[in-house]
Design a protein around this ligand. Structure first.
Ligand code: AOF
Ligand code: ZN
Length: 372
């Protein structure tokens, strides 16, 4: 097995921690001897042992002196909720360590590699670096800025509509795209929708098409006007439902009724249009839930507000091969009139999900992913 092949396996193992480890990174480790796998491990849950410890524990061997440990993130050298991985690697006398990327956590960044080298261990870095950085882009932004990584997920028609003029939008894209969306939900800490999407579609916003844990569901309902019969207010996951409303409504009967039902009400500032100030909502939510990644699922008003606030890190765009005449444009509420003002993105990935196009883009202004 080559280093690259083993790193691909480590990345796959790391993915298994999606959602469960947040805001920690997703990490997988492979222990090799003569290019053959001895054991594997991954970081399973926030606060649980790190990937390297899992792989070493699973090895069931006494002598590690001719083994190579491969891991997608630099082994930690600090005492966190768990002891430093570098200490265990040194104690076990592992011969060689192969790393995908340095840990962007300032407490570790480069110190893990140094500790290993100081102990005479051979260290190779940057194997499949781009893929490793991509996998932990949420962690990287959060540990560096304290703010969550924000993804806009848009399911649209060929002509950029997310709903017909009557507001119906539930089934624009196909089953495979929806499966991908469920996968994304399992990776993020929270999903956000607006009042219109909540009342027209009444979506469950849970993870069903794949295995994984459900995110928190946030609904922006400035005036608290949504009916109490909404699925997100009555289903078994309702304690994971959060409503952001204008701060004047914090102590009203409607807010109290929601709270009694187990729903969290988060009062927020409003902007000059009387709509929730997205920056304030995100910082309030982050204070309560320490969010490292959020996915915004619509509709047009919310998409536009997030773009206008320059809060978007990534677009996940699902385009169905249909045309909806006179529909609701995904970004129709944006007030960028000239090309100079246009929001710019760079293409990361493009493929098909079933009959739909699937495109991932990210903002180009600030590069959180390099130089670590
Ligand atoms: C590793 N391997 O599998 C992970 C690492 O609070 P703790 O002890 O869980 O430490 C969390 C920090 O450790 C996290 O911010 C990141 O820097 C690193 N995560 N490191 O060697 C792992 N999950
Ligand atoms: Zn560690």
């Amino acid at each position: 097995m080559t280093n690259e092949e083993a790193m691909q396996l480590a990345l796959k193992l790391a993915m298994k921690g999606s959602g469960y480890v947040n805001p920690n990174p997703r990490v997988g480790a492979v222990l090799l001897r003569d290019g053959k796998i001895i054991s594997t491990g991954w970081h399973k849950k926030f606060g649980a042992p790190h990937a390297e410890r899992e792989a070493i524990k699973n090895a069931e061997i006494e002598d590690f002196s001719d083994t190579t440990l491969l891991v997608n993130l630099e082994p930690c050298s600090h005492q966190g909720k768990t002891p430093p991985c570098t200490e265990l690697i040194i104690e076990k006398k592992i011969k060689k360590v192969i790393i995908g990327m340095l840990d962007p956590n300032p407490e570790v960044n480069g110190k893990g590699v140094q500790a290993l080298r100081d102990a005479g261990i051979e260290v190779i870095t940057d194997v499949c670096k781009n893929e490793c950085q991509w996998l932990n882009r949420f962690f990287t932004k959060h540990i560096r800025t304290g703010s969550p990584y924000i993804i806009l997920k848009v399911a649209q028609s060929l002509n950029g509509c997310i709903a017909s003029s009557t507001g119906k939008s539930k089934w624009i894209t196909g089953q495979e795209s929806r499966k991908k969306v469920h996968q994304l939900r399992s990776e993020v800490d929270a999903v956000i929708i607006g009042k219109r999407t909540a009342s027209f579609d009444d979506p469950k916003l849970t993870v069903r098409a794949v295995e994984g844990r459900n995110p928190i569901r946030v609904i922006f309902d400035t005036e608290l006007s949504l009916p109490l019969s909404l699925t997100n207010f009555i289903d078994s996951e309702r304690t994971k439902t959060v409503v952001c409303c204008k701060k004047e409504l914090e102590h009203t009967r409607k807010a109290e009724t929601l709270r009694v039902a187990g729903i969290k009400v988060v009062p927020c500032e409003t902007n000059r249009n009387g709509f929730i100030e997205v920056g304030d909502a995100i910082s309030n939510l982050t204070k309560i839930y320490n969010l490292s990644v959020i996915m915004v699922e619509g509709g047009a008003k919310i998409f536009s507000s997030f773009l206008e606030s320059n809060l978007v890190d990534e677009l996940q765009l699902f385009t169905a091969p249909i045309i909806i005449g006179n529909g609701i444009n995904a970004f129709g509420n944006l007030t960028t009139d000239s090309l100079e003002e246009a929001k710019q993105f760079s293409l990361v990935y493009a493929t098909k999900t079933g009959k739909d196009f699937y495109i991932i883009l990210r903002k180009i202004e600030k590069d959180y992913y390099s130089n670590f």
